[in-house]
Design a binder for this molecule. Structure first.
Ligand SMILES: *[C@@H]1O[C@H](CO)[C@@H](O)[C@H](O)[C@H]1NC(C)=O
Length: 339
């Protein structure tokens, strides 16, 4: 096809996070540890939410799904960045680059809608507490999660449709550690103004509309709580505060990069780090440290699975009365087995 003729560039050179040779080992170590913390922390949340029956409620289902997206988001570019710290030639193939663009918009688009779903869940809990169980049924949760992924998919496919046919023939060096649209379109050898505008409109509409939806729903919820002012307020308030913190930390960098995407600032690299590494790590920290139920459940799970056997046996006896009865039954039946 003639696409092969016009696309001379078959790979891109990534300049990486920094050029200092000395710091490469330090960064390698630092980001490896961060990456492990992200994966383990979010995995712990998923396990806790899945296996602790006291957390089988819509809010925690959505939180578990958020952790899953966080792991995905931390995994599409960070491992390559970490490996690149140790390699001389930091390159990425054309198709690898397209894949990274695909995933970043899939996951960020999905995460935005999932955050809206979590706000909706809180909204129902506070505005219609009597109907909460009916409105937020298992089916509603599944629908909300499906919509999140569907919006992410539509968003990323529409972004890619602008990009995938761009001709690349000139420079192929990107001052970044992964491929994203603003930088890639800059390298196309054609006047990409219209495409840039389409990308801004597409990403801008999604992020600004979900962001304003979130902000207005949290304002409504906060006002309602302030007017009610009851004893339960303190607990609700701390849950909301953690949701709002996540929203600000997630949308801040996204909007900054995509609302002014085509003047590339030095600070953009820092923001890229922000939403590939720091948001995924902040979610588990914010949600677990601020949430008493979550902390208790995690402690239970950690006791159950990670303590050495004898200690865990003891904590079983302490934590689970029914198991204690069972083990007494078992102990009592031992004489029957022997004799
Ligand atoms: C994600 O949401 C679905 C639908 O509510 C739920 O069944 C599933 O358990 C959730 N996943 C996690 C990891 O919590």
């Amino acid at each position: 096809m003639d696409k092969a003729n016009s696309s001379v560039v078959s790979e891109f050179v990534l300049l990486g996070l920094c050029s200092s040779q000395k710091l490469q080992f330090f960064y390698f170590f630092f980001f490896s540890v961060l990456y492990m913390v992200i994966v383990l922390g979010n995995l712990l949340i998923i396990l806790t939410v899945t296996f602790d029956t006291s957390l089988h409620s819509p809010m925690y289902f959505l939180l578990g799904n958020l952790s899953f997206i966080d792991i995905c988001q931390a995994s599409f570019a960070t491992p390559k960045m970490i490996a690149d710290f140790l390699s001389e030639h930091k390159t990425i193939s054309f198709s690898g680059c397209i894949a990274q663009i695909f995933f970043i918009h899939l996951f960020t688009g999905g995460e935005m809608v999932l955050l809206v779903s979590m706000a909706y869940d809180r909204y129902v809990a506070i505005y219609k507490p009597l109907y909460y169980v009916i409105i937020m049924s298992q089916r509603t949760c599944t629908v909300l999660v499906t919509i999140s992924w569907a919006v992410g998919l539509v968003h990323t496919l529409s972004q890619l449709s602008f990009t995938v046919n761009l001709p690349f023939c000139g420079p192929n060096v990107m001052d970044s550690f992964f491929c994203d649209l603003p930088r890639v379109t800059k390298l196309a050898c054609l006047d990409s103004n219209i495409i840039e505008i389409l990308i801004v409109v597409n990403s801008g509409v999604l992020s600004l509309s979900t962001f304003s939806l979130l902000v207005s729903s949290y304002i409504i919820i906060l006002v309602t709580i302030l007017l009610k002012s009851s004893a339960a307020m303190a607990k609700t308030f701390s849950t909301l505060a953690s949701h709002i913190a996540v929203v600000i930390l997630f949308f801040g960098p996204c909007i900054f990069i995509y609302v002014w995407p085509f003047t590339i600032y030095p600070v953009d690299k820092l923001l890229d780090i922000f939403y590939t590494v720091f948001t995924p790590i902040l979610n588990p920290i914010i949600y677990t440290l601020r949430n008493r139920d979550m902390k208790a459940a995690i402690r239970k799970i950690v006791n159950y699975y990670l303590r050495p056997r004898i200690i865990s046996e003891m904590s079983l006896v302490v934590n689970f009365p029914s198991l204690r009865q069972n083990s007494f039954k078992f102990l009592r039946s031992i004489p029957c087995l022997i004799f």
